[in-house]
Design a binder for this molecule. Structure first.
Ligand code: IMP
Ligand code: MG
Length: 187
């Protein structure tokens, strides 16, 4: 569980996180991204693939702000254990038809870029017409692969963040705002 220490400061398992991006700021950005996507895919066969678990909140806000129709699927991608990036496990839905279609991947954050790199390569085998990427956050310093982010919310420094779907050991996901790790505060 997270504990609110005082306004804008929370604690999870002895770690402190400070308020970094407000819900209002996130919502404003989400609406802008949704507008761009709605224009770009207006007459296209849009297929959205939300990368779970982290992108569930960004995905639901982004998708409800689109003013075009689309199909929505979810893919499970797990790589993080605590704050360590581990082996990647991917599960592409069986009923997702990819060939000749316009796929939009929806991610919470591009860190090393491993998840998206492998997911994109996997999907390309099924010959989509296009694959684009929407990500709320990106840590450019950490990218290990050349990743083109077609719809990006915010570039952030290399500090662990939680909230708005992002977790630390499954905690903090339900926070409305995004919080950044403060390494200078200990218990
Ligand atoms: P990747 O290193 O780009 O493959 O990132 C893998 C996944 O790790 C992301 O989609 C997130 O779900 C998670 N992740 C990366 N950085 C953070 C962070 O700062 N906080 C919480 N989750 C993160
Ligand atoms: Mg993710």
């Amino acid at each position: 569980m997270h504990t609110i220490i005082k306004d804008k400061l929370i604690e999870v398992e002895g770690l402190h996180f400070v308020n970094y991006l407000s819900h209002e700021k996130i919502q404003e950005k989400v609406r802008t991204l949704a507008e761009f996507i709605s224009i770009d895919y207006k007459h296209k066969d849009l297929v959205c693939l939300v990368v779970l678990n982290g992108a569930f909140m960004f995905g639901s806000d982004l998708l409800r702000n689109l003013d075009i129709g689309c199909e929505i699927y979810f893919v499970n991608a797990k790589s993080y254990i605590g704050m360590e990036s581990g082996d990647l496990k991917l599960q592409i839905p069986d009923d997702l038809l990819i060939e000749s279609r316009d796929i939009l991947l929806i991610e919470d954050i591009i860190d090393s870029g491993n998840t998206i790199f492998h997911l994109k390569n996997n999907l390309k085998k099924y010959h989509p017409h296009s694959i684009r990427l929407a990500s709320l956050l990106s840590k450019p310093e950490m990218h290990k692969h050349e990743i083109e982010i077609d719809y990006l919310g915010f570039e952030i420094p290399n500090k662990f963040v939680i909230g708005y779907g992002l977790d630390y050991n499954h905690q903090g996901r339900n926070l409305k705002d995004i919080y950044q790790l403060r390494e200078d505060i200990s218990e």
